[in-house]
Structures are given as C-alpha cells and as structure tokens.
Design a binder for this molecule. Structure first.
Ligand code: CA
Length: 397
C-alpha cells in the first residue's frame, strides 16, 4: 500500500514578477499545482479557485474511477473559473493550469491541463509524466523546434489548454504505478522554463532531503533569471507493509478495554500555525504540519496513566497505534497510547496526518475515529487509508 512519507511545498514570486499567481494544494493523498494568468489579480483568482474546488475532495468510489473523479473535479474548477470570468470584465479571459496527483492504494492518478508538470524521480532517473499543452511543445512534437529552442522561444508561455477560458475543458488523465522511494515533483513553468530536465535531475541527485532539494530548485530557477513565479511540490512515496503477521504480533498482550474508554476529549480549539519559513528568495516553505491535541484529563486518569508508565507499559505502547483527530479535526495516526501526563509528557506521538477532516465524515465513521481504539500500526494506517480512498462504509470497524 502506498503512502506519502513526506512532502515539501515551496512557492516563490521569482525575480521579475510583482505578484505570485501560482497556487498549490498539498493534502495527502491529493497534491496540486495551479499557475494562474490574467491581469489585475485575475490570475490569482483563477489559480486559487482551482485549488479551492479541488480541496473539496473528489467524492467516493460510487462516483467512478479515480481518473474520472479527479477529472470531474478539474472540470468543476473550470466551470467555476469560467463563470467568474464572464461575470466580471476585469477577469475576462483569466485562466489557470492545473496538475493534480492523487496517491492511490498502489497507483498514482494524474489529471492535468496546461504547462505545469509532474515528474517522477525513480532509481536516480527523472521522467516527465505530463505533456505540456503549450504552443512550443506542440511545435517540438511536430519537429518544428528542438527542446533547447523551446526553452528560449519568445512564445514559450503560451498555453493551448487552460481552466477558465472556455465553458468546457478536456483534461489529460492517466494512472501510473507508484513505488516506495519514488519522488513526485509537481511544478509550475517558472521552474521548467528556467532550468532543463537535466538540471532538475542533478539537483535531485545531489539533494536527498526534500526541503534542500526544493530550495535548490527554486534557487536555480532564480539564478537563471527568475522570470516567472516558481512553485515546487515535492513528495516521497513509501510502501506500507501490511503483513498480517505483524498486525497480530503487535496486538498480543495489549488489553485495550480500559484504555479506549478513557480516551482523550475531542479536538480542542488551540490552533497551532502551519510551519512557514522564509528563505532568502522570498520563498515560502510549508512542511508537513505538526499538530497536537490537548486531552482534558481527570486526576484519576493521570494516576492511572502514570501507573501504566511506571509499570513499563510505556515501552510496550510504542508498538501500539491509535487513530484520532488533531485539534484542527484532521484524522491522524498516533503512535503510543492516548494519554498525556503532567509536565507535557505525551504517551503518544503523531505519526501521520491525513487530509480527511472529521467534519467530512458521517457520524458512524466519526465515532470510529474518536473512540481511540488501540490498533496495530497496519490496522491504523489501513483505516485512515480507506477513509482517504473514500471506501469505508459507515458500518465498518
Ligand atoms: Ca507561470
């Protein structure tokens, strides 16, 4: 089973533009880059609208295949942007690219319009997975331009397909296999019109940390002139081993009855900010957000949990996981047991934050998440994964 092990998103205005009309979404399992165009902030409206529509999710398996659902979401974004553009003269003709990657159980679904790109880095080889809907790429395909000439062509930013300009749009969609260790790079043309695929590959080869690689990509595009906004979404896939034997072993000797009943309260309103860093080239980094929740615990529970700690259960607890929601309501997998001792000692740590919010779920599923039942890692991961894939019926465990 595939999962996103880590991801980093960076967007930078570049050196020549005043505003940044790029936008991105990074909420596992869905990752999107949108590059807006149009005067008087219309480009920002277009790209943000695409992200906003896609962030609502893509329905569940009853609505069709992943390709169909992701394409439908992109078409809905097109309808929204087109509607906005014909309602306001200042926004007439605005548009945006969109490149979306949905990380499924064993595959990656890509839906794409325009000249933003998705690349896959596997076994130290860079492979571009999307075709640009651009004038120069069509000329390259027809043999009228070389790749190098395309990079220098004055009309290299003219795209032949976008969200917004027309009432209907036909996105490209495809499903590619994903493997543990793969990196996926989604980026706007502010990267790829400034540096070549070989340069991207060299940067990924020499920067194994995602943050360092993303920063190096932005820095290279700026060093080459930074003529446009640059956005980089970089994610690393991992393969989860759902060996049933492992699940069994983890559950042995753990009595969950008393613990589950004394689970922490629902998410508090304490909102930790997203981690945002500034780097010299005005770039923004949003890394995987770290969230906590504050269970309101009674004295008895503290004594009980302290006794558990003292009796060495703490060590055993590290093989235990539970599913809960962080204080923003996002369904998460925690390692440990759902208790917090005085002096801020947690008996759990966040292992994974999904893009699924409790508020999106029917009440039966909400109850499953908030009962904080102790689970084997594979079981906890699987539960969240099924929610992410929209496959969990309301009667499931
Ligand atoms: Ca651009």
């Amino acid at each position: 089973m595939l999962r996103v092990a880590e991801h980093v998103e960076l967007t930078d205005t570049g050196l020549q533009r005043r505003a940044n009309e790029d936008a991105f979404l990074a909420r596992a399992p869905l990752f999107v880059v949108a590059d807006g165009m149009g005067g008087a902030q219309a480009g920002e409206v277009a790209s943000q609208s695409a992200i906003e529509v896609l962030s609502r999710g893509i329905g569940d398996s009853a609505d069709g295949s992943l390709e169909e659902r992701l394409s439908a979401a992109v078409q809905a974004a097109n309808a929204k942007i087109h509607g906005l553009s014909i309602a306001d003269d200042e926004r007439a003709g605005m548009g945006t690219t969109v490149t979306a990657a949905y990380i499924g159980e064993s595959d990656v679904t890509l839906v794409h319009v325009g000249d933003s790109r998705c690349y896959r880095w596997r076994a130290a080889q860079l492979e571009r997975l999307t075709d640009d809907h651009s004038l120069v790429e069509e000329m390259v395909r027809q043999g009228q331009l070389t790749e190098q000439e395309a990079l220098e062509h004055p009309q290299r930013s003219i795209i032949t397909r976008a969200l917004g300009p027309e009432a209907e749009v036909e996105p490209d969609s495809q499903t590619v296999d994903g493997r543990g260790g793969d990196l996926l790079l989604l980026c706007s043309d502010g990267l790829t019109t400034m540096i070549t695929d070989d340069e991207i590959a060299e940067i990924l080869r020499s920067n194994t940390q995602l943050t360092a690689a993303s920063r190096a990509l932005i820095a290279a595009a700026n060093k080459a002139g930074g003529r446009d906004n640059i956005t980089v979404v970089l994610l690393r896939l991992e393969e989860l081993d759902l060996d049933p034997q492992e699940a069994e072993q983890t559950q042995v000797g753990v009595s969950t009855a008393g613990l589950a009943a004394a689970a922490p309260s629902s998410p508090s309103s304490d909102q930790p900010a997203a981690v945002e860093q500034r780097i010299p080239q005005q770039a923004r980094v949003t890394e995987k957000r770290r969230r906590r929740f504050k269970p309101g615990l009674g004295t008895l529970l503290v004594i009980f949990a302290s006794a558990l700690l003292l009796s060495g259960v703490y060590f055993a607890s590290q093989a235990i996981y539970f599913v809960g929601a962080d204080n923003e309501g996002f369904v998460s997998v925690y390692q440990g047991v759902p208790y917090e001792l005085p002096l801020g000692i947690n008996l759990y740590r966040e292992d994974y934050v999904s893009g699924i919010n409790l508020s999106q779920l029917p009440s039966a599923q909400r109850a499953t998440i908030t009962d904080h039942r102790l689970r084997a890692r594979s079981d906890a991961d699987d539960l969240v994964r099924q929610l992410e894939l929209g496959q969990l019926g309301s009667g499931s465990p």
